[in-house]
Design a protein around this ligand. Structure first.
Ligand SMILES: NC(=O)c1ccc[n+]([C@@H]2O[C@H](COP(=O)([O-])OP(=O)(O)OC[C@H]3O[C@@H](n4cnc5c(N)ncnc54)[C@H](O)[C@@H]3O)[C@@H](O)[C@H]2O)c1
Length: 361
């Protein structure tokens, strides 16, 4: 048992940073929060005051130079994930980078190369893998209870959920894409993770941009800029064929004309099925020639697996990560191919050897 405390720093003190990273890392006994950085120094100062953090910076390189950190969270807009993560890794600091790992697969591969060179750990913030429902279901699947999973459905649909029309989220130069890279990355990752991350074979689908002229479809609490850029999709719908013949269909929207927001994963297996709809897990099977439904009673007060404890433990005891950073590259590659299929309006094949895009004629 080590008594070492990891020296932690946060980069990017925006809306996700405190709720997810800072509040969690600050609560761990083997972590000492020593520094915070935001290009907008006032944002950094506000959280520094609240959490008693001594080191306050507007430049992340200066923070990495001065503070001898063991671990940082990267919670900046997507276009900075690669630059900052690579710099931190090559400064011998472990990195917990928010999703998406990068803007595209090439950037994601460069981050993983930096991790390999540094020998440090790199985790992508795919928090939906850490819900009790997902952790339980993954164990249930790995023990063979669903048999072979041959199809999955994944979706996250919002009625009014644009995370700030005209902010960096809706500007491709800073986000890399719209709802697919923002929400799709979570639920497609979860579906494919539960299926065992099979190799993709082909992908097809379309992106849509129907709600770019209004700020009424902004998510509650997210300010929009009516004059800002909106050049990304607000809906993404597609279908993936995997090498093992299983399939996935997906639909994601920041804004759509539906009654209620919803999230869902549905898995069809040869021995059983499962769904997590709006957070509720159900399992469907057959016993004594009778169809049965199972609703596991998961205790929401007890976390089966905590994302932040898991990362700290993996650093201290050199353990394998969930998710391995390679899954971040896998996901970015799928998203790149999806955007290409939508642009071409044709299914696109994944090439085995170097993932070169081949268009089906
Ligand atoms: N896992 C989740 O559930 C979840 C939820 C929301 C956002 N996110 C991800 O978190 C990241 C941040 O999203 P957000 O909603 O907090 O955005 P945000 O715009 O609220 O915050 C980004 C912060 O980064 C700061 N920043 C910009 N450039 C910087 C630089 N060079 N150095 C230091 N700080 C800089 C900004 O000033 C801002 O405070 C995104 O990648 C997003 O996809 C994840």
């Amino acid at each position: 048992m080590t008594t070492k405390k990891l020296r932690y720093g946060l980069i990017g003190a925006g809306s996700n940073a405190e709720r997810k990273h800072l509040s969690n890392y600050a609560s761990l006994p083997n972590v000492e929060v020593v520094a915070i950085c935001d290009i907008n120094i006032e944002s950094a100062r506000r959280l520094a005051g609240k959490y008693g953090i001594k080191g306050v910076y507007s430049n992340y390189m200066e923070m990495l130079n001065n503070e001898e950190l063991d671990l940082v969270s990267v919670c900046t807009p997507n276009f900075l994930h690669a630059e900052i993560s690579i710099h931190a890794l090559l400064s011998s600091v472990n990195v917990h980078c928010e999703k998406p790992l990068a803007m595209n697969a090439n950037e994601a591969k460069r981050i993983v190369e930096a991790r390999n060179k540094s020998g440090k750990k790199l985790m992508v913030g795919l928090n939906n893998r850490f819900t009790n429902e997902a952790v339980f279901l993954k164990r249930f699947i790995d023990e063979g209870h669903l048999g072979d999973i041959y199809h999955a459905k994944a979706g996250w649909k919002r009625r009014s959920g644009i995370p700030g029309r005209g902010t960096w989220f809706t500007n491709k130069e800073y986000s890399g894409g719209g709802v697919m890279i923002d929400l799709g990355v979570h639920y497609l990752d979860l579906a494919l993770f539960l299926m065992g991350n099979p190799e993709p074979h082909y992908i097809t689908g379309s992106t849509y941009q129907n709600f770019d002229q209004t700020t009424t479809r902004n998510r509650n609490g997210y300010k929009g800029d009516p004059n800002g850029v909106f050049n990304v999709e607000d809906s993404a719908i597609g279908f993936i064929g995997l090498e093992n013949k299983s399939t996935v269909d997906f639909e994601f929207s920041w804004a759509s004309n539906i009654e209620n927001d919803m999230t869902y994963i549905e898995l069809l297996g040869s021995k059983g099925g499962a769904s997590i709809i709006n957070g509720e897990l159900k399992i469907y099977s057959e016993i004594l020639d009778t169809c049965i439904d199972i609703t596991p009673k998961l205790n929401s007060n007890i976390k089966l697996l905590n994302e932040f404890e898991h990362f700290v433990h993996a650093i201290l005891y050199n353990e394998e990560l969930i998710p391995p950073a390679e899954h971040g590259v896998y996901m970015m590659d799928i998203i790149d191919h999806f955007y290409e299929a939508s642009r071409l309006q044709k299914p696109v094949l994944f090439d085995e050897s170097n993932k070169k895009t081949l268009v089906l004629s």
